[in-house]
Ligand binder design. Structure first.
Ligand SMILES: [Fe+2]
Ligand SMILES: [Fe+2]
Length: 466
């Protein structure tokens, strides 16, 4: 159950009763002046008379009755956008929220700011008891005992925090500011928020069915898992185990965890290729860096989609995912250093698992997903004006046949993510058996051919053209 629903009226600390349930989500800032305004997000047209425009995408306010956004894609199609963005980083930490290209502070300031924020979030996790998500009611006596002990421990930490705060040893814990756009005139969450939360809470993933898919994949002759030595299998199975046990019945959080970790192999490979270039040992991998960056760019968009659906709301989920990510980053550095081919075996297995998981999820929740509009970040990625990196990650097949998926609802979004993961599997296979060299050569040749669709409708407009 979602934080808002679960904690409403349950907090032991009166100051948090109302606001604790609201502090965990934010929404886009749209003006609230009488009739609510909707943001119409338009993108540079690709009709001939505007093909070479230097205009940036425009956002304009248009009054509507429900305050939701509408996205107008390059072909002029109008797509309603999911009304409320739910994640922890909503409003301040995502690429579509006005922070493009921001330069970080120095490492000391950045680390200190982060420590203060995380400490506050940790305290809050006790005070609003986020951990109930890990202790669902169970008939199993052992599980009951575990739930009782762990939840009492959290309660005692919460009361200790209150006592330290009252004694002046800890600062007063203020709830995060709640954007007024998500509240109605009575200070209650708007209907769009409640409806969307109710729908997202119904999404399910059948772990057993995912494993059946996995076993069918393993039975396929030539599937890479057969070649995986035990350290690779151990690393792979530990990720799968964490996701099955910790994220049982929480598919969006599971996907968020998966996407945080899924970026790490690409970070590792790029780091190693940079190292070899810095040492002057190897430069032939420069083109490969571009492919891995395109894959990482794709994964970060998957990650932001999961964040917009609320996958990163719990402190403990963020703690586990970030620590697992750092761990896997270094594990993959080690794998790549000693055997790039084996490192790619690991990636291929993880990407294959992602395909199975998303395929099962889409099948299990098809009707529900079709009733939910896509988040803005998904529209910007799949229907945006600049699809250069989206094209760069498709290394297999005919470059002339570019993927231009639809994105009209959440079903389309998850189907597209599944399609992306299939592309990752193909690329990892090509990296493992070194056929990526041929694929990239073919791609280059195809793009240089006269009549190539290199400057297709979704490419960046040429500012120098008259
Ligand atoms: Fe992904
Ligand atoms: Fe992937």
């Amino acid at each position: 159950m979602h934080q808002l629903d679960r904690h409403a009226g349950q907090s032991k600390t009166p100051a948090f009763r109302h606001r604790s349930s609201l502090q965990l989500f934010t929404a886009r800032r749209t003006p609230r002046q009488g009739v609510k305004a909707a943001t119409v997000v338009t993108h540079a047209s690709t009709t001939p008379h505007k093909a070479h425009t230097t205009e940036r995408p425009k956002i304009k306010q248009t009054p509507t009755h429900d305050g939701c956004e509408v996205y107008v894609d390059a072909d002029g199609a109008v797509v309603p956008v999911m009304c409320v963005d739910y994640g922890f980083r909503s409003g301040f930490g995502r690429l579509n929220q006005g922070i493009d290209g921001e330069i970080p502070k120095n490492i000391v300031s950045l680390g200190w700011d982060n420590y203060k924020m995380e400490f506050r979030q940790l305290r809050k996790s006790f005070r609003v008891d986020e951990y109930q998500a890990f202790a669902p009611p169970s008939p199993n006596p052992l599980r009951k005992v575990f739930n009782t002990i762990s939840l009492s421990f959290v309660k005692s930490l919460a009361s200790l925090d209150v006592k330290l705060e009252e004694a002046g040893l800890l600062s007063k814990l203020e709830p995060d500011p709640v954007p007024e756009e998500v509240l109605n005139d009575d200070g209650e969450p708007i209907e769009a928020y409640k409806e969307m939360r109710a729908k997202l809470a119904k999404l399910r993933l059948d772990n057993a069915a995912v494993w059946e898919r996995e076993h069918r994949r393993e039975a396929t002759p030539g599937w890479v898992a057969h070649e995986a030595p035990w350290p690779i299998r151990a690393a792979y199975l530990s990720i799968c185990w964490v996701m099955d046990v910790i994220y049982d019945r929480r598919p969006i959080q599971r996907f968020w965890f998966l996407e945080v970790v899924a970026r790490m192999p690409y970070f590792s490979y790029i780091s190693m290729l940079h190292l070899y270039e810095s040492l002057g040992w190897w430069r032939a991998g420069a083109e490969l860096r571009k492919v891995h960056f395109a894959e990482e760019w794709n994964e970060i968009h998957h990650l932001m989609i999961m964040e917009s659906l609320g996958g990163d709301q719990l402190w403990i989920d963020r703690f586990m995912a970030q620590h697992a990510a750092v761990f896997y980053y270094w594990v993959l550095i080690g794998f790549f250093a000693f055997s790039p081919s084996l490192a790619y075996v690991f990636s291929e297995m993880v990407e294959g698992h992602a395909v199975d998981t998303y395929t099962q999820f889409v099948e299990d929740n098809a009707e529900l997903l079709k009733s939910i509009p896509p988040p803005l970040i998904a529209l910007q990625y799949y229907k945006g004006e600049d699809l250069y990196y989206f094209d760069a990650l498709q290394t297999a097949g005919d470059i002339q046949e570019r993927r231009r998926p639809t994105c009209n609802n959440l079903y389309d979004v998850f189907t597209n993510i599944k399609g992306d993961e299939e592309e990752h599997v193909k690329t990892m296979t090509a990296c493992r058996d070194y056929s990526i060299v041929d694929d990239l050569a073919k791609r280059k040749k195809a793009l240089s051919r006269p009549g190539s669709k290199a400057g297709s409708s979704n490419s960046v407009p040429d500012p120098t053209a008259s």
